[in-house]
Ligand binder design. Structure first.
Ligand code: GLN
Length: 281
């Protein structure tokens, strides 16, 4: 059986990707590594020891690289993506989980917000990564509720619940529209918050616009969520919301307008205020 050297494969694929993508060479080498690990089903240290691959493995890797060269994000090619250290099922109706969103889980843990028997709603959950991770990161009992406006997201959320062997209530709902009359202790959301005018959108054209873009300079959905959450929160309940790197002041102002207390914002890994929380009291 013919075998092909990994260094030859890497050379070919690096050229293909750098000819077709605007991505940095560092990022290309990281992504290529991810493709190799995914296709060969091995870990990093095993890959380091490997010198050659079979023709069939070569063909499979080339196929993945060719699709990646069209710009399609790896998460949609693999149909999975990692969030807070776990691989979630991902489909093209979902926003790809971002590392900056992991900050929400850090805050929940650090501030000890996931008390026993908490009723938690992940609103516009997409893949369900935030709500599911929150429940997995505590020993306390969490009654989890997840919603999304997209049928394919709802199907995908159910797949992820199965994957993590978890019970939860899932709703097909435009924000609070079909949420039952429950009082929650915690509402979490990573809503669309990018303005239609944001040039950054061009780089995100594989992801669903509905999960990215919001009217009123990106603030319309955040406003709607915070305003309506007051009908669904228990007293002493929290809402935690992700927003754009330059929206902290506007988001805090919305929280204050609806009489939330202890309004606090938190910085992501790049030093941008990215998450704001408020207490309903
Ligand atoms: N943080 C994402 C981005 O800028 C957008 C996520 C969102 O709109 N919720 O790529």
């Amino acid at each position: 059986m013919t075998s092909i050297s990994i260094s030859q494969l890497k050379q070919e694929c690096t050229k293909l990707l750098s000819d077709n993508l605007k991505t940095s060479s560092r990022e290309i080498s990281l992504e290529l590594n991810q493709i190799l690990l995914f296709v060969l089903k091995i870990n990093n240290s095993q890959l380091l020891l490997k010198r050659t691959i079979s023709k069939a493995q070569y063909e499979k890797i080339k196929k993945f690289v060719n699709v990646r060269a069209t710009g399609k994000p790896l998460a949609y090619i693999f149909k999975e993506w990692s969030f807070y250290g776990r691989a979630f099922y991902i489909n093209s109706s979902m926003l790809i989980p971002r590392p900056e969103t992991e900050l929400i889980i850090d805050i929940l843990k650090e501030k000890n917000i996931l008390k026993d028997n908490v009723e938690l709603l992940d609103l516009g959950a997409g893949s369900g990564a935030i709500g599911i991770s929150a429940k997995l990161e505590t020993k306390n009992k969490v009654n989890l509720h997840l919603s999304d406006i997209s049928k394919r997201c709802v199907q995908g959320i159910k797949k992820n619940l199965q994957k993590f062997d978890m019970q939860a209530n899932v709703y097909l709902s435009d924000w609070f529209e079909n949420i039952p009359n429950i009082k929650f202790d915690l509402i979490i959301s990573n809503p669309p918050y990018i303005s239609y005018k944001d040039p950054h959108l061009n780089e995100l054209h594989f992801e669903p616009k509905r999960a990215l873009v919001s009217k009123n300079d990106g603030l319309a959905d955040i406003h709607k969520i915070i305003k309506n959450s007051t009908d669904y929160l228990n007293r002493q309940g929290f809402i935690i919301i992700e927003h754009g790197y330059n929206q902290k002041d506007e988001v805090q102002e919305i929280f204050n307008r609806y009489n939330f207390n202890q309004v606090e914002s938190y910085k992501d890994l790049l030093g941008h205020y990215r998450i704001t929380k408020g207490l309903f009291s």
